[in-house]
Design a binder for this molecule. Structure first.
Ligand code: PCA
Length: 212
C-alpha cells in the first residue's frame, strides 16, 4: 500500500478560494488502487510553504508527494516538468514578501526536474476525457518556490515529488472570461494523477512538448 501526500495552497492575491485547497479537502483519506491519499494545506508564503510541506512529509512518511496550486489562465491540469532556482514575484505573497530576482537556494542547481511520471499522468487524464498537458514552466512565484524547495529537500531520497497546476474554479471567473474546470473534475483529475503515479514507476514516452 503506497501513501501519497497531496498538498494544496491557500487562497492568495485577494481571492477567497484556491481550487487546490478545495480539492485536497475532498481528497483527504481517500483510497485508490494500491494506495491512500493524505493531504495538507500550504500557506502562500515563501519559505513557510516549504516548511509546511516538509513537516507533512516527516509526519506522514509518504512514498510520493504531489504539490498543487492554481494557475489562472490555464484550461488544463498541467503537471510541471521543471522547477527553476529563482524567485521573481509579480505580487506580494500572503505575508507581504515580494522577492525579486533572488536564488531560492544559493547552493542548489539551476533547476530540478519533476520526479513524478508526468507523461503518464497526462495520458491517464486525457484518456479519461480530463484536459491535461505537460507544462514547461511553473512560473517564478510561490508555486515554483515550493516545487524547487521540495525537490531540493528530497534530492537524495526515494520519495517522488512533482507539482501540478490546476485551472480556476467557475466561481472565480463568474463573467466567463477565463478558462475554468469544475471542482468535481479537478478532484477526479488529481485522483487519476495519483493513480498514474502509483501505476507508473517508470514514465512513459510520448510527445507532449511545445514549440514557441
Ligand atoms: N498558485 C500560485 C501560488 C499559490 C497558487 O495556488 C503560483 O502559481 O505560484
Amino acid at each position: 500500500m503506497k501513501k501519497i501526500l497531496i498538498t494544496g495552497f491557500e487562497p492568495f492575491g485577494g481571492e477567497n478560494v484556491n481550487p487546490a485547497l478545495e480539492a485536497v479537502t475532498k481528497l483527504e483519506g481517500l483510497a485508490i488502487n494500491g494506495g491512500e491519499i493524505v493531504t495538507c494545506s500550504v500557506p502562500v508564503v515563501y519559505r513557510k510553504s516549504i516548511e509546511a510541506v516538509i513537516k507533512a512529509i516527516k509526519l506522514h512518511q509518504p512514498d510520493y508527494v504531489i504539490t498543487v496550486g492554481q494557475a489562472a489562465g490555464r484550461a488544463a491540469i498541467t503537471p510541471e516538468r521543471v522547477a527553476i532556482n529563482v524567485d521573481d514575484y509579480r505580487i506580494k505573497d500572503n505575508e507581504g514578501n515580494q522577492i525579486v530576482d533572488e536564488l531560492i537556494n544559493e547552493n542548489g542547481p539551476s533547476a530540478y526536474f519533476s520526479t513524478l511520471p508526468i507523461k503518464a499522468i497526462v495520458k491517464s487524464l486525457q484518456d479519461k476525457g480530463i484536459p491535461a498537458q505537460v507544462s514547461n514552466t511553473a512560473g517564478t512565484y510561490v508555486c515554483n518556490h515550493l516545487f524547487y524547495g521540495i525537490q531540493h529537500f528530497l534530492k537524495d531520497s526515494h520519495i517522488g515529488h512533482g507539482f501540478i497546476h490546476i485551472p480556476l474554479l467557475p466561481i472565480q471567473a463568474p463573467e466567463g472570461n477565463q478558462p475554468t474546470l469544475s471542482l468535481d473534475l479537478i478532484v477526479e483529475g488529481l485522483k487519476v494523477a495519483a493513480q498514474a503515479v502509483i501505476d507508473n514507476e517508470i514514465d512513459i514516452a510520448f510527445s507532449s512538448g511545445s514549440i514557441c
